[in-house]
Design a binder for this molecule. Structure first.
Ligand code: COA
Length: 328
């Protein structure tokens, strides 16, 4: 067994100042609160305004997580920002966060792009760095300004997404030798991440630097994504239970990627899970891509640090999908 465990010690989040309700959207396009609520569960989405960027939201979320963890920015030696809507093509948004936090030495900062699964991919990577002894205190951030990738004339995609950022501090700690070997100690217990590029066209932007010299807009085969999201959530929750010898009763909280309440309700129905064990925040934030899971996590940060067994589940463009099982 690895002698180091990576433990989540702080959680934070940040949202833009302004949000748009479904009623606001109905004034701009041919849609309604009734349609959006019934098909998606979304009631509002935050939209970045002037001066608000992915890096500024990420930095605020990071500062909140750092304060919550009671560490100093100087302790951070790894920053991973999961995003597909960074401030620039380069440098990495993580480098901008590093500059804002004034961390000059002994710190590596980079971005990863796995769309809505980005935060799970970033946790998996940070967990490996910590367990290999390559870092001691990681800042893992999911941050997006997806509103700037939307075609506001396309009602089938523009109603679904929002902006925001969430962050966790992950610290390398030794195992407590006073605790019996059979008891699970707080920390990341297991992660799995997957990709299948055969679905690359199902959810994508209509352009990119190397194809159109622009970012393009979000395009989606909604039904294909919907069907696959249900399948992947089922698959990952089954894997999480098998990998870790858990039953549904052993799990205290499931935090799925927040894209559509119907996808989450199908998971609840398929596994017969008690509704209060599954966090649903899509009504408040819409789909914030890589920020969605840490934004939800932040909603329970005052009650989750009590040894709770938490499963994070994701599915996103690529397709990409995965899970993290963490004992808090
Ligand atoms: N307001 C009103 N009507 C709308 C609309 C909107 N915002 N968007 C689409 N419609 C219309 C369509 O034009 C269509 O009309 P028609 O029957 O006259 O052609 C009708 O509603 C049904 O559209 P459809 O796309 O079949 O709806 P749906 O039940 O598949 O729901 C999504 C659409 C996008 C909500 C659903 O496919 C979805 O949630 N997919 C997954 C999205 C997701 O999770 N993406 C991110 C994953 S990381």
């Amino acid at each position: 067994m690895c002698s180091i465990r990576s433990v989540i010690t702080g959680i934070g989040a940040s949202l833009p100042k302004k949000y748009l309700t479904n009623f606001d959207l109905a004034e701009k396009m041919d849609t309604s609160d009734e349609w959006i609520t019934k098909r998606t569960g979304i009631k509002r989405r935050y939209v970045a305004g002037e001066g608000e960027t992915t890096a500024s939201l990420a930095t605020k979320a990071a500062l909140s997580a750092i304060a919550h963890a009671k560490v100093s920015p100087r302790d951070i030696d790894l920053i991973i920002v999961a995003t597909v809507s960074g401030d620039y093509i380069f440098p990495a948004t993580a480098a901008l966060v590093q500059r804002e936090l004034e961390i000059r030495e002994n710190c590596v900062a980079f971005d990863i792009g796995a769309a809505c699964s980005g935060f799970i991919f970033a946790i998996d990577m940070a967990d490996s760095y910590l367990k290999l002894g390559k870092a001691k205190c990681a800042l893992v951030i999911g941050a997006e300004t997806f509103s700037r990738l939307l075609d506001w004339n396309d009602r089938s995609t523009s109603i679904l997404f929002g902006d925001g950022a969430g962050a966790v501090v992950l610290q390398a700690l030794p195992y407590d030798t006073a605790v019996t070997a059979s008891s699970m100690q707080p920390g990341i217990q297991f992660c799995r991440i997957y990709s299948d590029g055969m679905y690359a066209d199902a959810l994508k932007t209509s352009g990119g630097v190397s194809t159109t010299s622009s970012s393009g807009f979000v395009q989606m085969d909604g039904r294909c994504v919907f069907k696959n999201a249900i399948e992947k959530f089922n698959e990952m929750l089954t894997c999480a239970m098998e990998d870790n010898g858990l039953t549904i009763d052993d799990i205290d909280l499931i935090i799925p990627h927040q894209a559509n309440v119907r996808i989450i309700e199908k998971l609840i129905e398929n596994f017969g899970i008690s509704r209060d064990k599954v966090l649903i925040t899509v009504d408040k934030h819409a789909n914030t891509s890589a920020a969605s899971i840490p934004l939800s996590f932040n909603e329970v940060r005052d009650i989750v640090f009590s040894g709770k067994n938490v499963i994070l589940l994701s599915m996103g463009a690529g397709f990409t999908w995965g899970y993290v099982f963490v004992k808090m």
